[in-house]
Ligand binder design. Sequence first.
Ligand code: ATP
Length: 428
Amino acid sequence: MKRILMQQAPFNEPVKIEGFLEHVRNTRYMAFLVVRDSSGRLQATIEKQLHPEWTELLESLTVESVVSLEGIITENPQVKLRGRELIPTKLEVLSLAAPLPLTKEANIDTRLDYRWIDLRGEKERLLFQVQTCLVAAMREFLLQRNFLEIHTPKLIAAASESGADVFEVGYFDKKAYLAQSPQFYKQMAMAAGFERIFETGPVFRAEKSYTNRHTTEFTGFDLEFSYIESFQDVMQLEAELLTYALERVEEMYGEAILRHYGVKVVVPKLPFPVIALPELYRELERRYGYHLPESERGDTTTEAEQLSYRFSMEEFGHEFLLITDFAADKRAFYHMCKEGVPQGYDLVWRGVEITTGAQREHRYDVLCCQAEERGLGEDVKFYTEFFRYGCPPHGGFGIGVDRLTMLLLGVGIKEAMFLFRSPNRLTP
Ligand code: ATP
């Protein structure tokens, strides 16, 4: 007989279900097994005198073993699990579980050591259902607008952008690096005339950060598009994209997220509020007495990002805030500048940066100058070449998928990823 998911299993006809044994209660006359698969849970009720051949098996059953059951599902209002139970005619253990090495109350680091067990819960599964929905909706939004999905290499010959923060790897008799962003290749696609592209892929950062929002490997959702008039077009596209995706998540999982994570999914209103950084600092100082350290002038700080959430809610009733007018020396050399002001932005959601976006410098001479000013001329020559033979004006942004998930559900980054990576965690 073919296995069927519990949620789809019909009443009163023979079915076969398979899953993890969540709970076993083996009493003198009756045994109750709660079995869980990816669709839900079901109780199997066994009248022991009908199956003396199972006596030993029932005694040996351990929690989280994988079992296979055949039988008939009937209605029984006394059963807590949706008022139904399986009366089995066949019972088989597919994999007997050893005693579990962790409890539900274990701290997050122990949970990560045994992530495959930790992830068996409904709440943990929900996170990945939500993430799947979020990314699928973003992909759908872009495909509807004629974006191409590309896949760029993560093994690269030269350290992209600044050269700091990259992992060096042995590459036969040479050195290679792990890409810290798909930035250069996204722009190469613009020079190739693709006009609109996106990519979801791994991003590596050799940063020794131990915050609740940094990891050394994360998933980036990056896009780039051509023939923009200014970075306003980029901000607008991102706002529409996120609104579309959050609307979908709210519709499909809003209620479950509230139940399991206690967080309300708010579908944002368009347009997103925008503020220039100097103006934001004036407001944070005036309203909350925040003083910006001199060394951070022209950039955001973690504390300022946190306060900007309060400001954005008070001033605009909006969870998102677009911040513009950063200092040129705090931004990447390839951002376009107009009168010394980088034509880009950061997007802060619930007090944490989720995106950096910008119009890029597509004019070969200007770009080379900007690279030269940072002393990067030779390092990025392969990249500046992309702009020598004609390239349309363009811009784009990168969103951290794990950050997005983390903020959406109000958890830390360690929990928001399938497997977290940090300077002191490379396993499992
Ligand atoms: P931060 O200031 O938070 O370190 P960043 O300025 O280095 O981030 P970008 O290089 O602009 O970030 O990367 C784009 C997006 O990728 C960020 O807005 C964020 O969502 C995500 N991101 C960046 N670094 C990390 C990281 N170490 N861990 C998880 N996500 C990250």
